[in-house]
Unconditional design. Structure first.
Lengths: 146, 122
């Protein structure tokens, strides 16, 4: 397998992990906060909400997914361009719309469908450019300087 | 006026934070393999990088501006407006991180930006 192709596949796998973790995390937080109910903005209300969130299992599952998102984001940025990863991550918005239609049978406006198509075309365009265009930087620049 | 100001903080905070983290991760160097042990070592190296810690408060700042903005304006305004960060981020990638942004990538970014705005506007 060619070097360039290997980087490409590795990058796409990590971006997919990013998108899945971010969406699953948001979904779990939303579900957890719905279980807790509307937060009252007062000293006792915030204290109650804090205790309710840190003892809620669904919220913790959400936090684990969001930590997974952060780790995959950091990992992919260690080799791929920011200007490659950032737009590709927007694929999550398109995915969320498709999931809402398939599983929740939500109706989607023509304007939103247009947006989904634009995102998909944009991500495909960015996706076929080279994932990395910069040279690796020295690992410990401070030691080199000293 | 205050909405525009906070929107500026939101966009510059998130792109500035992500650019700092990208720079930090490039300096950290990629993990040799994508296995738990190597990923843990990678994370430890990343935590020792100053650029990573410069990025975190910027991203926190942008997150709080997002929360405040959402209390002033509906989400169908806030997310489309913040989609501008795709363009700002690409400018930062080109001029600060010195990435080679080809015409195809620019067109893709602009389409994604418009698409996110349309999806969020409903």
């Amino acid at each position: 397998m060619g070097h360039e192709l290997r980087i490409r596949i590795k990058t796409l796998v990590m971006i997919l992990a990013m998108v899945v973790c971010a969406n699953a995390g948001d979904l779990m937080l939303k579900r957890g906060m719905t279980q807790i109910g509307a937060v009252e903005i007062s000293a006792s209300g915030l204290q109650h909400a804090f205790l309710a969130t840190v003892t809620n299992g669904t919220i913790w599952i959400g936090i684990v997914f969001l930590a997974g998102f952060m780790l995959s984001y950091m990992t992919v940025l260690s080799w791929a361009d920011y200007s490659y990863v950032m737009p590709a991550g927007a694929f999550g918005y398109a995915l969320l719309t498709l999931l809402a239609v398939v599983f929740l049978h939500e109706s989607v406006s023509p304007r939103r469908w247009t947006g989904v198509v634009l995102i998909c075309v944009g991500v495909l365009l960015v996706g076929q450019t080279r994932p990395r265009t910069t040279e690796p930087v020295a690992r410990e620049p401070r030691e080199v300087a000293a | 006026m205050r909405v525009a100001l906070l929107l500026g903080v939101l966009i510059l905070g998130s792109t500035g934070g992500e650019i700092a983290i990208t720079h930090g991760m490039k300096a950290t160097g990629e993990p040799e393999r994508l296995r738990p042990r190597e990923l843990f070592e990678f994370l430890k190296r990343a935590m020792r990088n100053g650029w990573f810690w410069a990025g975190v408060p910027l991203m926190a700042l942008s997150f709080y501006s997002l929360l405040v903005l959402l209390s002033w304006r509906p989400i169908s305004f806030v997310i489309p407006a913040s989609a501008l960060s795709y363009v700002v981020g690409t400018l930062g990638a080109k001029y600060i991180l010195r990435e080679d942004v080809s015409p195809a990538r620019w067109i893709g970014v602009v389409l994604v930006c418009a698409g996110v705005a349309l999806v969020a506007a409903g």
